[in-house]
Design a protein around this ligand. Sequence first.
Ligand code: H2P
Length: 824
Amino acid sequence: MATKKKTELDLQLNKDQLKASIVRHLRSTLGTSEQKASPQAWWKATAAAVNEQVYERLTRTQQTHFNKDTRAIHYFSAEFLMGRLTSNNLHNLSLYSVCEEALRELGLELTDLCEQEPDMALGNGGLGRLAACFIDSLATLNYPAVGYGLHYEHGLFRQEIQDGRQIERPDSWREYGNPWEICRPESVQEIPLYGYVETVFGDKGGLKKVWHAGRKIKGVPWDIPVVGFGGHTVNILRLWESRASEFFDWDVFNAGGYVDSQAEKAQAETISKVLYPNDETDAGKELRLIQQYFFCACSIKDIMRRYKRVHGSDFSNFAAQIAIQLNDTHPTVAIPELMRVLVDEEDLNWDAAWTICYQVFSYTNHTLLPEALEKWSVNLFEKVLPRHLEIIYEINARFLGDLVEAKWPGDDVIKAKLSIIEEGEVRKVRMGNLCVIGSAKVNGVAEIHSKLVKEDLFPEFAALWPDKMCNVTNGVTPRRWLLACNPELAALYDEVVGKEWPLQLDKLRGVVKFADDKAFQQQFMTIKRHNKEKLVKVIKAETGIEVDANAIFDIQIKRLHEYKRQQLNLIHIMALYRRLLANPDYDMHPRVFIFGSKAAPGYKLAKDIIYAINKLAERVNNDTRIQGKLKVVFMPNYRVSLAEKMIPAADVSEQISTAGYEASGTGNMKLALNGAITIGTLDGANIEIVEEAGAEHCAIFGLNVDEVKALKARGYNPYDFYYANSELKAVLDWFDTDYFTPGKPGELSSIKRSLLEGGDPYLTLADFAAYSEAHQLVDSWYRDPALWAKKAIINSATMGKFNSDRSIQDYVERIWKLERCKVG
Ligand code: H2P
C-alpha cells in the first residue's frame, strides 16, 4: 500500500495518543517504568513524545525550504537566552492543555514537570532574550531562518547569595542531557587559528594569499528546533561546540604523560566552555576573540556548504539567497571571514567579493556605551587571525582612500575617527566601525536610540550613507510573555477579544473599552492577585522572606549596571525607611520592592550594590517598628523561568535608566503587557510605551535626553544635589555607618563614593527628587482601586506594538526582504 503523506490533522495528537506516547518513551527511551520513574524521567519522556511532532515538522520545513530554494536570514548572535522549552513548545504546537490532561490521568502535573527543566541560559540579558524572541517570531511568521551561536557548556553563571554577596557558580544546564537538542555529526566543521600567511602565485596567474593555520579546531553543531506558534514552521537554532581535531596523543599517553596527552582536548574545549569569559587578562581577551571567530567561521562554512549544494561555485545568487544579521558587534569578524572565503578559497576578485559581502550583512547596535563597542588589539588579532587582519587593512584602505577622501578631501581628523584602526600606544581594531562599513543596513532598537546612533555615535557614517541607518523597535513574543506565563489573563483576553491576540497583539486594544467597567476591573485585578499570591510562595521558598500580597509589588529585574540605576531604587527605599523610622504613621501603602539581577563577575561596584540591597533587606524586613509597610526582596539567580513568575505579579515596573543610556529595554514591554504600571524615565522604548499607553497612565520622571546632555555640558556636580537635599544627604551618609552592616562600618561606602567623589556619571542624585515624587504619585494612584485597575488594564491592552512579530516584520521590510514560505 502506498504510504499516505501525513496531513496536518494526522499530526495533531489527542490526549490518549499523547499519553500512550509518553508512557512508551518512558519505557523505551528512558528505560524505566511508571512505578519507578522520577519526575526527571517523566519530563524527558514527555519531551520525547512532543519531539515526535517537532521532528516531523522540522523535516517538512527543511524539505520545503530546500525544494523552494528560499532566501533565508541567518541570525548571528553570541547569546540566545532561550529559557525553558517544554511549555513553549507545547503552546506553540497547541498541545498544552492536551498534555496537561494526559499527564493528569497519569497522576502528574505538567507545571511540576516543567520545573524539572534547567533554563538554557546562554545569554546575559536583554540582548540574548531578544534573539530568542526573534527566532520564535521568525518561525511563527513562516520565514526561513537559522539562528547561529555558541553551544556553551556553562551558560551564564548560577548566582548564589551568601551573606548578602553574589557568588558565581557554574551553570551546568545540560549535565544530565537536554532532550531538545540534536547533535549533527554530519555537519561538523574544522576551523583554522593562528599560524602565518604566505603569498604564492595563483593558478590563474597573479598573487594569492595562503593562510597556514597553526591550529585547527573542530566545530560540532547542536540543533535546537524552534517551533513557530501554530506549529507550521520549525526552524533551527544551530549552536557550535568546540572540540580538538586530534585530541588524544597516543604517543604521549603511552610514554606515561596521562595528563599532557589530553592537553589539546582541554584547550580546544575551553572555547565553548563559558559565556563571556572574564576578559581582564590577555588570555581572557584572546579566548573571547577566538570564541567569536569560532562560531562565525563555523556558521559561514555551514552557509557556504548549503549554498554550494544548490548553486555550486556560481556566487551570482549568493547575496540574493543569504542575509546575515549581526546581533551586536560580537559576530563582526564574520565580515572579513566571508571575504577570506570568497577571495582566498573561492578565487573571487576583491571587488566581486566585497559587493557580495556588503549586501549580505546588516548590523544591529544595542548600546551606545563605549565599553560594549568592542575593540581588539592589533597584536592579538595578528596572532590569532593573521589573514583577517590583512583583509581588514585592505577594507580600511579602500574605504578611507576612496569614500572618505571623496567626501572630505584631505581631512585627516575625520579619517582617524572613521578608520577601523584606532591609533595610539596600543593600536586597536574597532569592530563597531568595521560593522558599519561592511553592512548594508545598521539599525538601533528603539526610536530614540536609533536617532542617537545616527546623531551621536556614527554621525559621519550617517552623512556618508544617509540611507544606511534605520530603526527597528524591539518586541517580545506574546506567546511566552503572556499566553504561557499568565494563563489566567490569557484566558480572560480570549473571552473578551477572541483567540487571535497571540498572533495579532493589536487586538488587545479591544480591551481598552472595558477599562472603566467595574466587573472587568474586578476580574483583571483578581488575576493579578492570584499571580501575586503565587509569587509570595516563590519568594518564601527562595528567600525565606514573608511578604503580603496586599502590598504593592514593585519590581526591578534586569542586569545590574550603574546606568540602569538599581542604586537609585536603593537610595529611594532607604529614604522611605528613614521616613518610616522618623514617623511610624508615615502615610504610605505597604510596598514590597523586589529585585532580580546578576552583576558581571568583574564589576565590583555592581556587586556592592547587590550586597547593599541584601543588607538593607535584612534590616528592613526584620524591623517591627515599621509595621510591615516596607519589604525588600532580592531574588537570587534571576533567569528567564523566574521572570515568568515575577512579571505577571508586578504592580509597578521600574524602568529608571539615565535618559539616553538604555537602548530600548524589553522587560519594560513584558511588565506593561502583564498589567504593571511603569515608573520610568523618557529613555529607550519607555518613550514608545508612553506614546501607546498615554502619559497619564505611566509615572514618568526625571531628566530627558536633552536635559541630561545639557546638564553634563554645563558641568554636573553631584555635591550640589547632596547639599541641597537633606534627606538625600542623610541617606548617602548612612552608607558610611554600620547601620546595615553591624560592626562593619564602611562596607557600603563604595556606593556613596561613586555617587559623590566618583562624579555620579549616571546622574542618580540629579533625578532623586523627581523619582521620589513619582513614587508618591504611584502610591496615591494605588489607593484608588478603580483608578489603578483602569491604568493597569490600559497599559496591558495598548502594548500591541511591542509584539516581536511586528519587529520581525519591520526587519523584513526595512532590511532583509524575505518572503514567507508556507510549510504544508
Ligand atoms: C541590551 C540593551 C537593551 C536592549 C537589549 C536588546 C544590550 O540589553 O541594553 O536596552 O533592549 O540589548 O536590544 P541588556 O542591557 O538587557 O543586556
